[in-house]
Design a protein around this ligand. Structure first.
Ligand SMILES: [Zn+2]
Length: 317
């Protein structure tokens, strides 16, 4: 983890750039005594995130946790940070208003984390925020903007004076997050197009993405994102295969050590979101056959390493 320094940010805004399992955490110095954090990474990295946040608090108290959306790699550290930084007065957790009912109740089968077969520690959300709301972070007002496409309820935060955008998974320097609603027959492609156009209208100078380094001059990133979206829109099966590759890679990254291949195949065949994608995009093929195709595709590019009956992530294990 490191603070990104490639693109200058106003004083009091610290970006903890994590590996790809864990979203970046943005720590803001709100005044001399208190700070906020936007997104908290994955539960398996929660201690690293908590220590990283502490290191940049400059003695301030963490008074608020904000999530751009409730995927396991963005809110997995919520409970840990609240525990470790909330001595005396637990800091409240603010989530997109559309997610407020049931937010953090990952033990429920209908929760997003359970549907994606991922890991997260449950937490209690205290309040919601919605498009049009203003959040004060780092002593500056930030506008909440809708960012559907990757996630129906996702929000971005835009600071109009410094023109900084906290984009979550709506825009990275090279791409954007899987358009999960599309897997379920919802609005993914068109919503993502609207979100990209909305970002163009905001005209940020600097983007703090959910994953990867902070970047400036986002015109090129937006152009790449539109092109990528064109490709997916023209070939929804290609996007679905991408989604399953991401979910499978993510699952292996969540494991502390290489996992038995049979166990990974079992996870794949019993994960609700995967099953829906297989039914929709590979009709007539079973989960077992699609698993072999997806694993093979990941192995071919070196993203996963199946060997000796185990599946490893070559960078982690
Ligand atoms: Zn996400």
């Amino acid at each position: 983890m490191n603070s990104s320094s490639r693109t200058p940010l106003p004083p009091g805004i610290h970006v903890l750039v994590h590996d790809w399992l864990s979203a970046n955490a943005v720590v803001t110095w709100d005044d001399a005594q208190s700070a906020s954090v936007v997104d908290t990474g994955h539960v398996t990295r929660a201690r690293v995130t908590s220590d990283g946040v502490r290191a940049v608090l400059g003695g301030r108290r963490l008074r608020r946790i904000v999530n751009t959306h409730l995927h396991s790699d963005h809110c997995g550290g919520n409970a840990c940070l609240q525990r470790e930084h909330g001595a005396g007065a637990p800091c409240p957790i603010l989530v997109p208003a559309g997610e407020l009912p049931g937010a953090g109740a990952w033990e429920q089968a209908a929760s997003g984390v359970a549907q994606a077969g991922q890991q997260a520690e449950p937490f209690h959300a205290d309040a919601g925020y919605a498009p049009g709301d203003t959040l004060w972070l780092g002593g500056l007002p930030w506008q909440a903007h809708a960012a559907p496409g990757h996630d129906d309820h996702a929000l971005m935060l835009f600071q109009p004076d410094a023109r900084i955008l906290i984009s979550g998974d709506a825009l990275w320097e090279h791409g954007f997050g899987v358009l999960f609603p599309e897997i379920d027959g919802g609005d993914g492609f068109a919503a993502q197009r609207r979100t990209l156009r909305h970002i163009e209208q905001l005209a940020p100078r600097v983007v703090i993405p959910g994953h990867g380094a902070v970047f400036g001059a986002p015109g090129a990133a937006l152009e790449r994102a539109h092109t990528r979206l064109d490709v997916f829109e023209a070939d929804p099966l290609r996007h679905a295969a991408h989604a399953l590759r991401v979910l499978l890679k993510f699952h292996v990254m969540e494991q502390p050590r290489p996992a038995p291949r049979e166990q990974v195949a079992h996870w794949f065949a019993h994960t609700a979101m995967v099953r829906r994608a297989v039914r929709r995009f590979w009709p007539g093929q079973g989960e077992a056959a699609v698993f072999e195709q997806i694993l093979d595709a990941l192995a071919r590019v070196g993203a996963l390493l199946p060997r000796d009956g185990l599946v490893a992530d070559p960078e982690l294990h």
